[in-house]
Write a new protein. Structure first.
Length: 270
């Protein structure tokens, strides 16, 4: 994979960036961070992106909420969330332990083609939105082909490959996260044992590889600053990290019976 150098900027309170402010966090209607709460928040995010109206998401935000786009400090008025997009596909996962969500969005709209990954994080005490991190890939990014990404993502979802896993067959969050970490560690240590499943499909940008995900990765690359969203119900973990210490990247994994079954990646190259 070709590597470019970018700078990851520190996060800045969104209040300093022109976002709505308040003396105290707005209280959420829900009392616990359960799946219903997180599903509602993810749905609000999708609606906000579809309309290009960030306020649809910020009704439950704290005064110190932060927003980054491609790991750089951004403002809601100039970020992708203020651009109305036709959403051709969306899929979300829910982490009730960390009170966080991950959403994959795909749009093939003319002159607005993007594949987007967003992690939302909420305060476990107040349930107010505290952090928005968005990765936006577009033309020029690694293997970018939104039409193909849409095709394969839609096929997986319609085939039930991202459906809920029966309770008795669910892995622990530790097992799920360890599988994702093993994959990412493999880039820097070829001795790492990745729990490859069979069949397994890897969607890297718009490139779809199956029935094995064990088809090789670059060497000598450290994937650092990892942030996780783990969903035991869906057997999924999404990881935001700096690819090779520089490139904004998202890798999402589906794990079943301790084995890796699906991989989705998006990498910003500009």
């Amino acid at each position: 994979m070709m590597l470019l150098t970018t700078t990851v900027l520190s996060l800045t309170p969104l209040a300093a960036l022109g976002a709505p402010t308040a003396e105290a966090p707005r209280q959420a209607a829900a009392s616990t961070c359960d799946r219903d709460f997180l599903k509602a928040q993810a749905a609000s995010y999708v609606a906000a992106q579809k309309a290009g109206t960030p306020s649809l998401l910020l009704a439950n935000s704290s005064a110190s909420v932060t927003y980054t786009q491609n790991f750089k400090t951004a403002t809601l008025t100039t970020g992708i969330l203020s651009t109305a997009l036709r959403i051709d596909h969306s899929r979300s996962t829910y982490d009730t332990t960390q009170c966080a969500t991950f959403t994959e969005l795909i749009t093939t709209e003319t002159n607005k083609q993007h594949v987007i990954g967003t992690q939302l994080r909420f305060s476990p005490d107040t349930l107010s939105l505290s952090k928005i991190e968005t990765i936006v890939t577009s033309k020029g990014d690694w293997l970018f082909d939104p039409t193909s990404t849409l095709k394969y993502s839609s096929q997986e979802s319609s085939s039930g490959l991202w459906d809920e896993i029966p309770l008795a067959k669910r892995d622990t969050r530790a097992v799920i996260q360890a599988a994702g970490d093993a994959y990412l560690d493999l880039f820097n240590d070829k001795k790492v044992q990745v729990p490859w499943g069979s069949p397994c499909a890897r969607l890297e940008g718009g490139s779809y590889i199956q029935p094995s995900c064990n088809v090789g990765v670059p060497s000598g690359i450290k994937n650092v600053n990892r942030r996780y969203v783990v969903d035991e119900v869906l057997g999924a973990v999404d990881v935001f990290f700096d690819f090779a210490g520089a490139e904004p990247d998202s890798h999402e994994f589906r794990v079943e019976g301790g084995k890796m079954r699906l991989v989705h990646t998006m990498t910003v190259m500009k």
